[in-house]
Ligand binder design. Structure first.
Ligand SMILES: Nc1ncnc2c1ncn2[C@@H]1O[C@H](COP(=O)(O)OP(=O)(O)OP(=O)(O)O)[C@@H](O)[C@H]1O
Ligand SMILES: [Mg+2]
Length: 247
């Protein structure tokens, strides 16, 4: 119980002379849904790429599922949706997902049923045999989600999953996250959709200028200030009310 699935300690990320993230420490427990919010350029995607071991870090430590984030062993057990997923245009969703499923060493029967199930979950059944090059942004995003879920990951990391999705797609994302939670999975995702954050997250952390400015249950954050989460966001983004709260 209370096993820590993501542990970030004193993270620092730099791009040349620019510091994108600093003094960032946070942890996420197994079964938690954690929302990562903050203004454009706050450092959310940089942090997420570091969680995946893709970003070189200038300082601090990150452990994922008990191992160093740069360790391949962690990556096999998680699912990841990048901020801008890009795939080979000439493949169909079935071909793409099948090639990923082979990487996970799933057998032919499992691949077939898993892919059919996922295409249903993300609402792409009708487009299963269409070339990805002809997909709209929202359709690509849905495909990215299916890809992230393919190995039934213990930890799902999503960088703006609702981006480009219509209201139906957003509702599907909510359901998908909720079903992960029901099955004891851990979800860490960034979003600008504060209403979605309030609905699905157990805890939320807000990054401003690369630093964690607030953290807690979404209801607590807004309740404590007696205002909406949107108002808390705007105040913190504009530099007032800076503080970190823990549940
Ligand atoms: N590859 C890169 N090279 C140089 N600077 C970068 C790179 N990626 C991000 N940055 C810079 O790091 C800072 C944080 O960017 P990041 O993409 O992590 O923000 P974000 O919180 O994900 O923003 P958004 O909400 O717009 O997605 C920004 O100032 C950005 O310009
Ligand atoms: Mg981003």
């Amino acid at each position: 119980m209370n096993e820590t699935v993501i542990e970030i300690r004193n993270l620092r990320i730099e791009y040349g002379q620019q510091t994108a993230v600093q003094n960032l420490s946070l942890s996420v427990r197994r079964g938690e849904v954690y929302g990562f919010i903050g203004p454009n350029g706050a450092g959310k995607s940089s942090t997420i790429r570091a969680l995946l071991g893709f970003n070189r870090i200038a300082g601090g430590e990150i452990s994922i599922l008990g191992v160093n984030a740069r360790d391949e062993a962690a990556r096999a057990r998680l699912g990841y949706l990048p901020e801008t997923p890009t795939y080979y245009d000439f493949l169909t969703p079935v071909e793409l997902l099948d090639s990923y499923a082979r990487l996970f060493r799933m057998n032919a029967d499992d691949r077939k049923s898993r892919i059919a199930d996922l295409l249903g979950q993300v609402g792409l059944v009708e487009h299963a045999k269409k070339r990805i090059g002809k997909f709209s942004k929202g359709m690509q995003q849905r495909l990215g989600l299916a890809q992230a879920m393919l190995n039934d990951p213990e930890l799902l990391i999503l960088d703006e999953p609702a981006s480009g999705l219509d209201p139906l797609g957003r509702q599907e994302i909510r359901k998908l996250i909720e079903s992960m939670k029901e099955r004891g999975r851990t979800v860490f995702f960034s979003s600008h959709e504060l209403s979605e954050i309030e609905t699905v997250c157990d805890r939320v952390g807000m990054l401003v200028g690369g630093e964690l400015k607030a953290e807690g249950e979404p209801g607590m954050l807004s309740g404590k200030h007696g205002v909406s989460l949107e108002r808390v966001f705007i105040n913190l983004a504009q530099g007032s009310d800076a503080e970190v709260t823990t549940p």
